[in-house]
Design a protein around this ligand. Sequence first.
Ligand code: ZN
Ligand code: FE
Length: 256
Amino acid sequence: MSKLEVHMFPALSDNYCYLIHDNQAGLTGVIDTPDVPAIERALKETGWTLTHILNTHHHADHAGGNLELKQKTGCTVVGAATDAARIPGIDIKVGDGDVFEFGSHKAQIFDVSGHTIGHIAYWFEDSGVAFVGDALFTLGCGRMFEGTPDQMWTSLQKLMSLPDDTIVYCAHEYTQANAKFALSVEPHNQALIDRAVEIDRLRSQSLPTVPTTIGEEKATNPFLRPSSADLQKTIGLTGAPLVEVFAETRRLKDHF
Ligand code: ZN
Ligand code: FE
């Protein structure tokens, strides 16, 4: 069985979008639909024919192009059952623990609510890749528009349980700002300090800081590190329950 092919491209001002391709089955999916012209250019460039939309959540920069693409291509729209009413054109409704079969590739579905209710992630275990939308970013996590800290922390723990070498494709280039915040709450984390230098180097050349890996995020992303003594001390919550540390970290980022 061949590996799932992934073609990453920028969309809108700071989104990343992904085509996934199963050559044997002749299937091509797009992870979210921020920008129809950008998606059409990527399809032309790869020579692939769109068969599926895999949505992570309902926001316009993720599902806004669903109907136009579905109308133009007749593709099948996959999205969260729990948020079906807000996913335009949804055909296949999936939820936490489900497996979506994309040709010979199986995607395990995780409910990662918090940024929105009914946000899902797709983990292709056989290819070692996860598409996480706005749940987790390089050195950050999505703003909690709809969920509670409990919900979001539960969601992030699901992603933390994936193998460290899992390649994480997130939906935005927010990393440089995330790094500044991360350093402010965990100033003595050497892995983070080193990573921030590397991020500045990449961004100064307009190179992406995505994808990342679960292992790198566990080592440097403050939202996955409420157990860090340095973080707890910096925000004044030494020994507090992890969900409280997470909630305070998220709150501080909102006002950073
Ligand atoms: Zn969003
Ligand atoms: Fe977004």
